[in-house]
Design a binder for this molecule. Sequence first.
Ligand code: SF4
Ligand code: SF4
Length: 372
Amino acid sequence: MKTVSTATAIMGLPVAMAEEVVAQAGKEDNRPPVIWLHFQECTGCSEALLRANHPSIAEVVLDIINLEYQETLMAGAGDQAEEALHNAIKKHAGNYILVVEGSIPTADMDVCCKIANKTALQSFKEAAEKAAVVVSLGACATSGGIVAIEPNPTKAKGVLEILLDDMKWSEADISAKYLSIPGCPPNPYNVLSVILYFATFGKLPEKGPKIPPKNNLSVRDELAHRPTFAYGRLIHEHCERRPHFDAGRFVREFGDDGHKNGYCLYHMGCKGPETYANCSIIHFNDGAAWPIGNGSPCIGCTEGSVLFKDSIFSLAKVAQPKPASPINETQGRGKESSVAQAAVVGGLVGAAIGAGAVFATKLPKEPEDENK
Ligand code: SF4
Ligand code: SF4
């Protein structure tokens, strides 16, 4: 109850759907099978999930999903593990969620990320062909991430490129069966929310940002494939340091008086104004912390065109120069997500609901229009 209510609130679903999600998640045979492959990565995305407490990883694995294969968590190794993977692909063909963590090397090098004597590309294709949906988790899997920095010796690619270029998925296939959850690492609540949504409704959640409009995006644009509930808004829109940005109060040097007073980090290279994500709303470690809150500029880890492409200290393009609306004003604006909704959802589990529904009280339905 606590878990699904939290996730439902984060996704901004109406109250009636919260009850539906609770009901669906209660059916043991409804746990979606998940096959989770690791390629070129640091495992930070899995580690972030391990640190979530509402729910804990134990609740996720035992109650919410049917985790058939995950190299970091599974006890088996070697031939046993490989057999488990093949059995899972066969048993759940057409029904499983394939989660990919890490980039896929495409260079003609025998030493690149071989598992069970197969290249990462072979392993990915085998699993993707029979998946119900493919989810790229983290910056590495979405756009290559740190592994694909020039000169990119392994010619690392993200999942979308492989699906389009190597597997020849059509735009319709991509639209129906592919979703990315970028970030370095992505927020575990976004991962959980997507899995619960798929388990409940049998399809992926709405994708793309509110701004720019979805019809302006090509199939190769990574903005088009993210869940809107998590990546529909800019970090800058709801940043706690935004009043300082609007008032022209900036940190000019780490450790200066502005830094000590929590001023805006724009001149320290903060990429919040061009980075779409909900970090500024739901934070990490169950709401305890997030980079900007800790005094570190956002590095744009959800944007493949920014992360490790732009210099850490280069100034971000400010997509939204007008002042932010106060949180109190925006709460009542949405048709679906509101304080009342979060309160009712929270009421399902009383005071023990966890951090997610509390964050949901800060969620406006519509982002500001950057073109105004
Ligand atoms: S996206 Fe970041 S945290 Fe995730 S595997 Fe890649 S480098 Fe690690
Ligand atoms: S520039 Fe960065 S620190 Fe400043 S308000 Fe925007 S997101 Fe926050």
